[in-house]
Design a binder for this molecule. Structure first.
Ligand code: NAI
Length: 357
């Protein structure tokens, strides 16, 4: 573990095997320096246990950076449940997962991620107090974080368009969205309402049909969506979408989307920068969901206030883009530097642990 390429001083990594339900999961707590480690739970069919471990390690570190950059009183953690999980075992698996989360005694607070929905988190809540992303009351944000993530990405795309294209709005721009899941579809809706022309792809044809019917989007193949002749590409499927190849051939001037760990390698980020493509660091632009979840955990979740906090992603990106330009540094390196500085400062002034209902 300590020699694993993705190990980054993680405080705790819990491997869980529950024979009765069949649960196999990994919970990675990267850092609790800024507060309890908050981050979603992903249910995914990994090809190997090693791939699952690598994902948990990378995603949890990303959450430390994401929470620090969003000025939230949380550290970073992430859980992965190794799929597939048969429908008739799902409840038992999620309850067993809740017990594992509970055993960490608040060091990790879970929520939805890819493959896990609000109903699943309600099942997890039967066996642990340390869960969020449950349904919100009237006038309060809560439940599915995806619309908030999508709003943050839309605001981030607008910031990138200001910085890179010198335009105040996205109306009339061509925007390619890869992945029409929870976030991608809400993002399409926001961009469509603002007058953008959408180009879309998903491995699930039903999602593509929906985007074509609702937003007049143009469907393209999943292999070509990132290299379309458009102004912006928004990776909203899984991580690693921007390979070195894609970075070399992307025609858009902006890469700004919801997916975590979009750059397959650090080199891909360098190639984008060399080619003059502006990259919005993923964990800054996709923080809308965790900003909402954070309010839900602390009980400070008035909807209007949550939306205001999500919209601050735009100003945060304005600052990153301006620093990157002024210092001729790659945007994701600017963001990493800022996040590390915030965490280092948090080592001296530790954030208070919020109460969890
Ligand atoms: P989701 O599972 O609902 O949607 C993913 C979509 O991508 C699915 O429709 C799937 O069919 C599609 N897809 C998978 N592989 C594809 C490929 N090669 N080409 C095209 N489409 C493909 O997931 P969700 O919640 O929408 O999240 C999307 C991304 O955003 C993930 O990387 C997630 O980690 C990230 N994210 C999500 C947040 C949230 O609030 N849901 C918060 C922050 C990040």
């Amino acid at each position: 573990m300590f020699d694993h390429p993705d190990y980054d001083g993680h405080e705790k990594v819990l491997m869980v095997e529950d024979a009765q339900s069949g649960l196999r999961a990994i919970i990675a707590v990267h850092s609790t320096v800024m507060g309890p480690a908050a981050g979603g739970c992903r249910l995914w069919s990994y090809t190997t246990g090693e791939a699952a471990l690598s994902d948990a390690l990378k995603l949890s570190r990303g959450m430390s950076y994401k929470n620090a950059m969003a000025d939230l009183p949380f550290g970073g953690g992430k859980a992965v449940i190794l799929g597939p999980v048969a429908p008739e075992r799902r409840e038992a698996v999620l309850e067993a997962f809740g017990r594992a989360v509970e055993s960490l005694n608040g060091a990790y607070i879970t929520a939805e991620d890819v493959g896990v929905n609000v109903a699943d988190m309600q099942t997890v809540a039967r066996t642990t107090r340390f869960v969020s992303g449950l349904a919100g009351a009237e006038g309060r944000s809560g439940g599915d974080p995806s619309p908030y993530t999508a709003r943050g990405v839309r605001v981030g795309i607008e910031a990138a368009v200001r910085a890179q294209l010198g335009r105040a709005e996205v109306a009339g721009l061509a925007i390619a969205v890869q992945g029409l899941g929870h976030v991608g579809m809400y993002l399409c809706q926001e961009l469509h309402e603002l007058g953008a022309n959408l180009v879309v792809a998903d491995i699930n044809p039903a999602r593509v049909d929906e985007a074509v019917a609702r937003f007049g989007a143009r469907a393209v193949s999943v292999d070509d969506v990132l290299t379309q002749d458009v102004d912006v590409v928004a990776p909203c499927a899984l991580g690693g979408a921007i390979s070195e190849y894609v970075a070399r051939y992307v025609k858009a001037k902006i890469v700004a989307g919801a997916a975590n760990n979009q750059l397959a390698t650090p080199e891909a980020g360098r190639i984008l920068a060399e080619r003059g493509v502006l990259y919005a660091p993923d964990y800054v632009i996709n923080a809308g969901g965790i900003i909402m979840v954070s309010g839900e955990i602390s009980g400070d979740n008035d909807t209007a206030l949550t939306l205001q906090r999500v919209d601050a992603i735009g100003t945060r990106l304005d600052a990153i883009f301006a620093t990157a330009k002024a210092e001729n540094v790659i945007t994701n390196e600017v963001a990493d530097r800022m996040a590390r500085a915030k965490i280092a400062a948090g080592k001296t002034v530790k954030a208070p642990v919020p109460a969890v209902a």
